[in-house]
Structures are given as structure tokens and as C-alpha cells.
Design a binder for this molecule. Structure first.
Ligand code: ZN
Length: 458
């Protein structure tokens, strides 16, 4: 019977233009939807209306306050060996202020380098690239490289894009709070311009910044399809709708929200098959440090949430993947599910990440996964155009939105209809163990975040 639902969902979505129309309106009317901005709040109303029009049984917005950040002017000047103005942008949460210091370039920022060169780093401005460190077993997020540099005594931070193209790469410096030191980004080309200036005497740089940190309000947006049999069991499906202020944030993550909305639209006629409640959430303030999802996981009825599927990165390509967040025991189940819905190329695995909206759920022990997709051959830059000026609507392909919406709708149908879900909740202490085993406890410490099951840092 679910096969009939599959067929109708696929047919509905492939013949519908509403996903790309929604996304076009979202980015053209509300711009980047930067966390805490007026555009973000107006986009929240628009998304709630879209959930209502798609046929949600219940819609609402969830308000919270947090530290906001406003981009003002930021300049980078080389002061020695010669004076030269350089292009840069501030990273969100870069505080106002001025520093002038020697520049220390740490390449791809391998963990070892902060110890080996600690004496040079102390009192310096550190420049490090976005590249994954060579000779290391995992990727390193911007937050970790910055945290390690500050821990080693850096008084300024320059995030240099690892690939050419003239694009500085943005991303919040800290999770929901002001950074301790000025933190900016430069393109690969500007980074190399600085490196070419290096003489034996070294390069000195000055960063001057006048950004503003203030208190602001944001809204998570929720649209629910009430379960027909077990309405008190909730499956959360969502992705962030806020974006970085320098772009349209069309792929990251307007596309993910469009996928959620379209999955909902396609499932409304089949509601009888969904025993559990499906809660579609457009999260606010993800880019500023998972603030909206943290708020939702903390303050809503989290004990009812049986599963969380994050859609940050959905709708971007034809190669999809579903990554569990500390539930390797469920990989087999999802592989079987992928075959059942004829998505044999969907890769399924388990790999915990600390950097998107599933993490606030996962760290509380709620079974979680993230679904995303990519075009083949686009892995040269880990983020593609994400977090740059050119994450614009032209990068989003209508067909990929439809394909992922249909995949997500069919995955949810299975999860909502099953008698028992194949994964149990864990305790925060168990999640803490998983995190320590991965060596992520150090990462969280450098980023100033707490470890599940342990006391919050002061
Ligand atoms: Zn994102």
C-alpha cells in the first residue's frame, strides 16, 4: 500500500513547480534572512503561511531571544614590510575593536601546529585556511581552528579560503556569542597576496572593525501533520531558513526548507498512512550557532520526539546521503529502506557531526540523522558556493529539489507508519561517551560548548 503512496508522491512532486517558486520568493523577497534581522522575522511569517497553504493541520512560530550581530565596517591593512590595504569581510560575532600584530600563517591548521608554534602565536594574528588538514583523520571546522588559535594566545584570526575564485568564506566565529578577538575572512587570492609580502622581517597586519553585538528576537517556524494513530509520537523534519548576510543563501539552506515544504505538500493527501505526527520545522539562527534548534530541542516537548531528520544540504544534487548521528545500529534498517523506495544510490552511514540542527537533538540522545545531496564532481571546495557571495538562486536546480522532496517524503512515510522505530533513545551520558570516543570532547571545549552529560562550561 505504501508503494501506491510512493508513486503518487513521486508523480505529484515531479509535476509540481511549487518548490522552486517558493524558494524564488523566499530569496527574492527576504534576501539572506540573516539571523536576528527583520528579513528573517518576515521570512518566518511567509514560511508559516506556506506551511498553512500546503495543508498543515497546525502551524505556529516559536519565539526566542539571543545575541545578534550586525555587520558594519571592517578593514585589514598590512603595516609592514609595506603599508597595503587588503580586501576582507568580518565573520559574524567579530567584535568591534582594533588589533595590530605580527601575522602567523598556519596553513591548513593541523591540531599539532598550535602547540608547535605556540610561542609565535602568542600575541599574533593567526591566518589559517579552510582546507581539511593533510595527515589528519578528520575534517576541522572553522570554530575548532579559531578556538585552538585563541587558546594558544592569538589576538586576531584570519580565515583564508582554500580555493581560488576571489571569494572570502563567511561563518560565525563563535556559537551564539561575541568572539574574544577580531575574526575576519579573506579570499585565497588575498591570502596569497599577504603571503607574498612575507620577508625575513615578517608581515604585520592591522584589523579595525566596528561591528555591533545586540540582543535580538527570532522565530522557529513549525507546521505539523497530526498522526492518525499515535499523534503523541513526533518525528521532526526540518532545516534552517536563516542564511549568511552576504548572499541569498539559496542552497544553504533555502533549498532544504523548500524540500521540507514540498515533502509536506506531497504527504497531505496521504495523512491516513502516517500514524505518528510529523513536525516540519524551519529553524532560525542555525548559522549563528544552532541557536534555533537548540531552543526547540530544549524547550519543546522533546520527550515526545522519536526521531529527527535534518535537511541542511538537501535539494542540491542527485547523489543523496543519510547520515545517522551516533546510531550505527540503524544503518542496516535505512539501507533496507533505501532499497525499498528504489533509492539504491542513496548512501547510508553513521557519522556524528557537531555542526548542524540535528546536533541539539542528538546530544540529548534523540535518534537523529541528516539528509543531504550533492552533484557528482563538486567536491573541489568542501562548501561549494555555500557561505560565499554566490550562494545564489542560479545554483539551485529545480529537478534536484523535486527529487529530494520525493525521497524525504518516502522516508518519512516509512518512519511514520512503522510499529516500532529501529533505534532507541540514548542518555546524554551515553552521547558524551560517543563524543569522547571520537575525540570531539576537545573540539567542544575549544569551541566553548558543553559536553553531553557534563556540567555546562562557566
Ligand atoms: Zn546550512
Amino acid at each position: 500500500m505504501l508503494k501506491d503512496v510512493d508513486r503518487q508522491v513521486i508523480a505529484d512532486l515531479y509535476l509540481s513547480r511549487s518548490g522552486i517558486q517558493f524558494l524564488t520568493e523566499l530569496v527574492e523577497k527576504f534576501g539572506s534572512r540573516f539571523g536576528g534581522s527583520e528579513e528573517e522575522r518576515r521570512a518566518a511569517e511567509f514560511i508559516e503561511g506556506a506551511f498553512r497553504d500546503a495543508g498543515a493541520d497546525r502551524t505556529y512560530r516559536e519565539k526566542f531571544t539571543c545575541q545578534g550581530w550586525k555587520r558594519k565596517s571592517t578593514t585589514l591593512t598590512a603595516t609592514a614590510p609595506q603599508e597595503r590595504k587588503l580586501d576582507c569581510i568580518a565573520l559574524p560575532y567579530c567584535p568591534p575593536g582594533e588589533v595590530e600584530a605580527p601575522l602567523v600563517y598556519l596553513g591548513d591548521g593541523h591540531p599539532q601546529v598550535y602547540e608547535d608554534r605556540q610561542e609565535e602565536i602568542e600575541g599574533a594574528v593567526v591566518m589559517v585556511t579552510t582546507a581539511t588538514p593533510r595527515f589528519y583523520h578528520r575534517t576541522m571546522h572553522r570554530g575548532e581552528k579559531l578556538g585552538r588559535a585563541i587558546e594558544a594566545g592569538a589576538i586576531g584570526f584570519i580565515w583564508m579560503r582554500g580555493e581560488p575564485g576571489g571569494l572570502p568564506e563567511t561563518g560565525s566565529a563563535r556559537f551564539g556569542r561575541a568572539c574574544e578577538v577580531p575574526a575576519i575572512s579573506v579570499s585565497y587570492e588575498t591570502g596569497h597576496e599577504i603571503l607574498r609580502m612575507n620577508s625575513e622581517a615578517g608581515v604585520r597586519v592591522r584589523i579595525e572593525s566596528s561591528n555591533e553585538i545586540y540582543e535580538t528576537t527570532s522565530y522557529n517556524v513549525i507546521g505539523e501533520l497530526t498522526g492518525s494513530d499515535k499523534p503523541e509520537e513526533v518525528i521532526v523534519v526540518g532545516g534552517h531558513y536563516d542564511g549568511h548576510d552576504i548572499s541569498q543563501a539559496a542552497a544553504d539552506n533555502g533549498a532544504g526548507v523548500a524540500v521540507a515544504l514540498e515533502a509536506m505538500r506531497a504527504l497531505v493527501p496521504h495523512k491516513d498512512h502516517l500514524s505518528r505526527t510529523i513536525r516540519f520545522v524551519a529553524f532560525a539562527q542555525e548559522e549563528m550557532g544552532l541557536i534555533g534548534s537548540e531552543h526547540h530541542a530544549e524547550d519543546s516537548d522533546q520527550e515526545k520526539v522519536a526521531f529527527m531528520l535534518n535537511l541542511d544540504g538537501a535539494g542540491r544534487g542527485d547523489r543523496s546521503q543519510l547520515v545517522l548521528q551516533g546510531w550505527p545500529e540503524a544503518v542496516r534498517f535505512f539501507n533496507r529502506l533505501a532499497r525499498e523506495i528504489y533509492e539504491r544510490d542513496m548512501s547510508v552511514g553513521d557519522s556524528l557531526s557537531l555542526y548542524s540542527d540535528m546536533y541539539p537533538f542528538a546530544r540529548r540522545g534523540i535518534p537523529s540523522a541528516t539528509f543531504s545531496s550533492k552533484q557528482p564532481g563538486t567536491s573541489a571546495a568542501p562548501r561549494g558556493y555555500g557561505h560565499t557571495y554566490w550562494d545564489s538562486l542560479d545554483k539551485v536546480n529545480e529537478r534536484f529539489l523535486q527529487m529530494d522532496a520525493s525521497r524525504v517524503a518516502r522516508i518519512i512515510t516509512r518512519l511514520a507508519a512503522l510499529d516500532e522505530l529501529p533505534m532507541d533513545r540514548k542518555t546524554p551520558e551515553q552521547m558524551g561517551d560517543i563524543i569522547r570516543e571520537l575525540g570531539f570532547d576537545m573540539v567542544l571545549r575549544y569551541e566553548g560548548r558543553s559536553i553531553p552529560g557534563e556540567k555546562e562550561p562557566e
